[in-house]
Design a protein around this ligand. Structure first.
Ligand code: XIL
Length: 350
């Protein structure tokens, strides 16, 4: 047992050295041919996963899908499971995009995080164009959640049930659901999801909640209340869309820990670290440090179950389209070459 563990560790060390370019020579090359530990392998040694988002249009890029299928053990569909994609007309469901990604993940022995059931953004026109009564909208919401969750029942690791429910100041975001149904839409959504799949982990997910402040406090208070009321909530997802021109969220580890202490899982669900372009060596080094620090914070908290990057290559990052002049946010560059952030992730996972 001990010997076997030692051998495994020795093998892991050798392949890690090969991957970082430290080791060379015949033995190292043999090691490389044999097996180089992936981010998923390294995370698994800590009982964590390491995931990536992906999106359907990218799946024709074979160099891209090869790395996607190899390096990660968790996949999140970037768009394919959102409301506009899955219920384009009221009561007419289309799961082809999500199914394609679930099928690919399954072929690669990867798990899947479902994203997302209830969100103010990327809603279909039929839903946003109409004035709904509370009874009508409640029925629409319940049907959407339960039809989608039932479709993927037994196939997903987790669902981001409600996404981005709070404003920066910790007040509820006045989305169509809040305005029509009040704050109870969150508990209702979690209960409906649980009815449709008793096993999948149910999450609330948001950005700018990595540090302790008004927005993460709002989640902390809500999570505590939901737990006290017996509402099925399993975890909180910290998107972690960071930007080098702002501060690193130094309270991340403490923040993750306080949620853990409520009996919840936590996860970093959409990690990227953008910068104002052009990317310099200095900025890429700082970015690498931030990726490493986030990873260490998650590893330090027992119930931080894993990390997902919001796609893995700058080639397919959402950042340049949404934050003009910014980018270079992911651990692989546009040519699918690993950046300093990738090596920093490996080191942090060792
Ligand atoms: C983004 C996708 O990556 C883009 O392709 C899409 O155009 C917009 O949405 N927070 C979330 C994700 O929860 O769903 C968003 O994904 C990024 C921000």
């Amino acid at each position: 047992m001990l010997v076997r563990t030692r051998l495994r560790l020795a093998g892991a060390l050798a392949s890690a050295l090969v991957a970082t370019g430290i080791a060379s020579g015949p033995a190292a090359q043999a090691g490389q041919q044999h097996h180089r530990a992936t981010l998923a392998d390294l995370a698994q040694r800590h009982g964590r996963y390491f995931g990536s988002a992906t999106d359907n249009p990218e799946l024709t890029d074979t160099a891209y899908t090869k790395l996607l299928g190899h390096e990660f053990d968790m996949i999140t569909p970037g768009n394919g499971m959102k409301w506009y994609a899955t219920e384009p007309q009221q009561g007419v469901f289309d799961f082809t995009k999500g199914d394609e990604i679930v099928g690919l993940a399954r072929a690669n022995h990867q798990k899947v995080r479902g994203h997302t059931l209830v969100w103010h953004s990327q809603l279909p026109g039929w839903l946003t164009a109409k004035e709904w009564t509370a009874d009508e909208l409640r029925a629409v919401l319940k049907n959407h959640i339960q039809t989608e969750v039932r479709h993927y029942r037994g196939k997903l690791y987790a669902w981001d049930v409600v996404n981005e429910a709070f404003n920066e100041d910790g007040t509820y975001r006045e989305n169509i659901f809040y305005k029509t149904l009040g704050p109870g839409y969150i508990a209702d959504s979690l209960r409906w999801a649980r009815q449709a799949d008793p096993k999948v982990k149910l999450y609330l997910n948001d950005y700018n909640i990595e540090w302790i402040g008004p927005k993460s406090d709002a989640y902390y208070t809500l999570a505590k209340e939901l737990k006290a009321q017996g509402v099925p909530l399993d975890g909180v997802g910290f998107q972690a869309h960071l930007a080098l021109q702002y501060d690193y969220p130094a309270s991340l580890e403490d923040n993750l820990r306080r949620f853990s202490k409520l009996g919840l899982d936590t996860a970093l669900t959409e990690v990227d670290v953008r910068m104002i372009l052009p990317a310099t060596e200095e900025l890429l080094a700082k970015q690498a440090d931030w990726y490493a620090d986030m990873t260490k914070a998650c590893l330090a908290v027992r119930r931080c179950v894993g990390i997902t990057v919001w796609d893995y290559t700058d080639k397919y990052s959402w950042i340049p389209a949404f934050f003009p002049g910014q980018g270079a946010a992911l651990p692989w560059d546009e040519q699918l070459r690993p950046k300093p952030a990738y090596f920093a992730l490996r080191n942090a996972l060792k």
